[in-house]
Design a protein around this ligand. Structure first.
Ligand SMILES: Nc1nc2c(c(=O)[nH]1)N[C@H]1C(S)=C(S)[C@@H](COP(=O)(O)O)O[C@H]1N2
Ligand SMILES: [Mo]
Length: 306
């Protein structure tokens, strides 16, 4: 299954347990992991190895049954229950706006062509819960480079599929949030080697509740930045729209970097509850990725740009 610098994704239908995944992990520890990291710049790879240490993945069942996906409802159980029939084939992803060459990509063709890697990341929701997820994906940078940046490519906007037939909440005229869900990153954040597009987790294809067939993962930011089921990526010259920032700008900033010293107006952000663990733990600045990303914000007041 593991090819050189490539990770064979197993369709979720072909796997019944975590045991195969554990075997693959053992195999990777025996030497495949260096090859797997081949496409990441050396320093990033070393930092990544460091940040990976001691991370114990949250059980698959918890990652796939406790979700935020407001297109299906605001509670944690609806996404897994209501998303079973999400049509993820065919699925088209567009990359446009301020790029040298707009791209329209079929997701399966893309996944077959692009080398996949595993990234075990901490994940912290702004609500105060956290988990550790073994994602499978590729860097957003590798995809943006295919489209080619211009001097006007300063921000990236992402959009979730708008399809009220499939996403029940999108047809409610007074739904929970305005759809389609949108998120944005500054271009240096988007090009950072830790920023990935995930197409799988635990070595399997993403399930719909986790944002199949392709979702963003930005591990040093609150979870709401990690937009699911993406259809459009648009490069822009000016700061982009961001759903939660538009709904409640005083509570959710555009940057949304995990920051234990800036509280949400209604609760503290200093601690977090890890799914499946009894005791809370301290939340880390930039979710523990400060060595890799703090320089991106060195001249910014992070209390103002929360
Ligand atoms: N399209 C879309 N993307 C979304 C959301 C959403 O409601 N709709 N919720 C966000 C929030 S608040 C979190 S915490 C994560 C949750 O991802 P998970 O369910 O895979 O853990 O997805 C983010 N991406
Ligand atoms: Mo969240």
């Amino acid at each position: 299954m593991l090819r050189r610098n490539n990770y064979g994704l197993i369709p979720s239908s072909e796997i019944t347990s975590e045991s195969l995944y554990q075997e693959r992990r053992a195999f990777m520890k025996l030497g495949a992991s260096a090859a797997l990291m081949g496409s990441v710049p050396l320093m990033a790879a070393l930092d990544f190895e460091k940040s990976k240490r001691g991370l114990e993945p949250t059980p698959f069942d918890q990652i796939t049954t406790y979700n935020n996906f407001y297109e299906y409802g605001t509670d944690k159980e609806s996404p897994a229950k209501l998303s079973k029939n999400l049509k993820i084939r065919p699925w088209t992803l567009t990359i446009g706006g301020e790029v040298q060459k707009s791209l329209t990509l079929d997701i399966d063709t893309l996944i077959k062509k692009i080398p996949l890697e595993e990234r075990i990341y901490r994940f912290r929701c702004v609500e105060g819960w956290a988990m550790v997820v073994p994602w499978v994906g590729f860097t957003l940078a590798s995809l943006l480079k295919q489209a080619g940046l211009t001097s006007k490519s300063k921000y990236v906007e992402f959009e979730t599929l708008f399809d009220p037939v499939q996403f029940p909440q999108q047809s409610k005229s007074f739904g929970n949030i305005p759809f389609p869900y949108r998120e944005g990153l500054r271009i240096d954040e988007a090009m950072h080697p830790l920023t990935i597009l995930a197409v799988g987790l635990y070595g399997k294809e993403l399930l719909p509740q986790n944002g199949a067939p392709i979702r963003l993962v930005v591990p040093w930011k609150y979870g709401f930045k990690s937009i699911k089921s993406i259809v459009n990526i648009t490069l822009k010259e000016h700061q982009t729209r961001s759903t939660w920032n538009q709904i409640a700008p005083q509570e959710y900033g555009f940057y949304a970097n995990v920051n234990p010293s800036v509280d949400h107006p209604r609760w503290s952000q200093s601690r977090e509850r890890v799914l499946g663990k009894f005791f809370k733990q301290e939340t880390l600045a930039f979710n523990g990725y400060g060595n890799e990303v703090a320089h991106l914000y060195k001249n910014m007041d992070l209390k103002k740009y929360y």
